[in-house]
Design a protein around this ligand. Sequence first.
Ligand code: PRX
Length: 644
Amino acid sequence: MNTHVVPPHARHSRLTSQDYEEIYARSISDPDGFWREQAGRLDWMVPFSTVKDTSFAYPDVSIRWFEDGELNVSANCIDRHLATRGDQTALIFEPDDPRAEARHISYRQLYDEVCRLANVLKARGVRKGDRVTIYLPMIPQAAYAMLACARIGAVHSVVFAGFSPEALAGRINDCGSKLVITADEGRRGGKAVALKANVDKALESCPDVETVLVVSNTGSEVAMVAGRDLWLDEEAAGVSGECPPEPMNAEDPLFILYTSGSTGSPKGVLHTTGGYLVWVSLTHELVFDYREGEVYWCTADVGWVTGHSYIVYGPLANGAVSLMFEGVPNWPDPSRFWQVVERHKVNIFYTAPTAIRALMGAGAEWTQKNDLSSLRLLGSVGEPINPEAWLWYHRHVGRERCEIVDTWWQTETGGFMITPLPGAIATKPGSATKPFFGVKPVVLSPEGRLQEQVKAEGVLAIADSWPGQMRTVYGDHQRFVDTYFATYKGYYFTGDGCRRDADGYYWITGRVDDVLNVSGHRLGTAEVESALVAHPKVAEAAVVGYPHGIKGQGIYCYVTLMAGEEYTDALKDELRAWVRKEIGPIATPDLIQWAPGLPKTRSGKIMRRILRKVAENDFSNLGDTSTLADPAVVTNLVDNRLNK
Ligand code: PRX
């Protein structure tokens, strides 16, 4: 499967394969010189003197880039473009309803919107370093809000609008936001999402929130709490359209983004100002081979890191035209993406394998109805792309003309890490190919032995820092150090498994920890488990992933009820609804299996390996069950495996 090599299109080459090898070698041998040059792509208010000051040595991990420089992210994404491209479109907004009109927001309009919103924040007492929670749908105000925070040095925490009030409340309290920006409602696939009502519910347990700014999006009526809730439009009309950008140290925080880990509640991944912007801007330009004036569309939601780095910060830092889409791929029908491509003459299209698989299931005929000739480059992100989906994407969407960049990265990495560079790295379907400049991937055995031979398999770690790396877990630096640097000393541990082939290409095989990847959304099994055991009838729960044709992984839950409770189908439905309420629709269990007992070691540890095998319908290889406290439990689970 790794022999199908799609040759790079010479026509598109910005870099040749020789360039890639040479530049990569230099980026590794002389990181200071290399990144000093690359950082020149930004406008610095105060130039930096030192470039890299980083250590992965456990437990004294510290990561600082360009540490005495000063700049402002919003000025880099907006102000510096005004002289040359003030009237050029910065954002295209394509609404959920295909009959509604799209909007073009120029860089000058963006400047005005962002300055006003920044002044509204200031008027409500938000100062440099304060946290602001953003709970918005995919509308331009989400980008305005992020950039307005960046402008005044406030730290934003965007919470995906699909999360429940409970999940939102946890994230607001963890970072201590006093201000929340939301909308009356969102729209997705023709349905309304009651965002303001969710915020009201969340705030019942967030006593420190003083202000809620509400975007009037659908115009529906919502309750407004006097003194706390304000309509953003009204406030913005009353403030100045000028707001000077706050000079920020390169290492000042830019944003917090909560993401799931293998244990505990989601972590607040913290990214800072200078290194992050250098990273997302350089990777956006080179990996998408972005050229002036091209229309670029990333279908992710701003609630995830992909939306942060590759809808807002990377593209806008590069003066690109970035399309924001409020809708979903299959509403009103499975040609919706391609209608948008045709309507806006999209040149670069970036989406997730789960969307490709869903559209593939709907049939290739849906890709035939629209003119896709504007497309030049396709991208994939979020999970391993199976070669079948890759080839379908290549044939039916790219019409065999477009290269595909399969970009491997994480919330923690800020931007692309392992990815093809168009023209310079020949692709193989299913492989993220080679490291980006400055990235030093290594393959380790599960015990931590460095695999020095080219062809290798094991876990993926990174040997040295790169500018876009997360700096800490907000409020818990020890958790940062323990999560990423304790298992394999001297390395950043990604949590992914991988294979490196004889050509040095990387093939990501998926998470090796207790993190699930469901439709490209990251979820901790522990989060779903704690939602389940919060139900009064549940005594114990264990959650694992299993292969799912469209979602990549599905959520498989083993549930033990309290003594005396009845195991019924109605209760399964109730538990599904319960988890949706506790976390959000993305965490809805796919399969629930009643488990009168869970396989445990004599010391009481749940043997997840066995649960994974049973969920995968793989009973041949259950491994050593002799350490189990009660081996009969496994027989029972196997006998009752759903759809066996
Ligand atoms: O397992 C990898 C998978 O997604 C994880 C990161 O998830 P998250 O932080 O939510 O960021 C998603 C968007 C970058 C990784 O640990 N992953 C992401 N991209 C790929 C991937 N797996 C294989 N191939 C990819 N291109």
